[in-house]
Design a protein around this ligand. Structure first.
Ligand SMILES: [Zn+2]
Length: 184
């Protein structure tokens, strides 16, 4: 029987995608029921359940699982969100940076440009907090990297990856060749 033929289920909670408090609808539910356990004269049934919930605002899907057994009361079932993965807020962030970081997470799945702008601000605030010097952000990151003696990893953050750099060089030589051809 499909989910639409069964009684529709709803729950009110914060959508992990758009962060709004919404009424999510369960759009799919699968329960593994063939795991009979037989131990010392006691027999019970147990398995995993999987549910998909859809947000009415952004149509994002949350996939969660739970373990159940005959003897577990419904209110004692613990749910685990499998998708989307939960972003962990770094420990020890000053309150103002943490607030900015959470603001960025709220738009991550809605607007990539806004997320980029807000995350840049998080990095700027972190550099400011750590007293990094420099005019541009990449200079501040390099300064921070040098101070922490970790230039091999942190100092590379402001630079394009070797792959994107290679792509840029290819594009540039292609453009120069095209200009030469069109001018001749
Ligand atoms: Zn949503």
């Amino acid at each position: 029987m499909s989910e639409t033929q069964k009684q529709r289920e709803f729950m009110e909670r914060r959508c992990p995608h758009c962060r709004n408090i919404v009424t999510l609808e369960r759009v799919s539910h699968h329960v593994q029921t063939d795991h009979m356990v037989n131990e010392e004269y006691i027999t019970w049934n147990e398995g995993n359940g999987y549910e998909m919930w859809e947000c009415p605002a952004c149509h994002g899907i949350e996939l969660r699982s739970y373990f159940w057994a005959d003897m577990i009361e419904p209110q004692d079932i613990k749910y685990k969100t499998l998708y989307p993965s939960v972003s962990k807020i770094p420990l020890g962030l000053p309150a103002n940076i943490k607030k900015q970081f959470i603001s960025a997470l709220k738009v991550r799945n809605l607007d990539a440009n806004a997320y980029g702008v807000l995350m840049r601000r998080v990095i700027e605030m972190a550099c400011e907090d750590k007293g990094a010097t420099g005019h541009f952000l990449n200079e501040k990151i390099k300064d921070l990297a040098a101070k922490r003696g970790n230039s091999s990893t942190l100092g590379q953050c402001g630079r394009p990856s070797s792959k994107s750099w290679e792509r840029w060089r290819t594009f540039k030589s292609w453009r120069v060749n095209r200009e030469r051809t069109s001018n001749s």
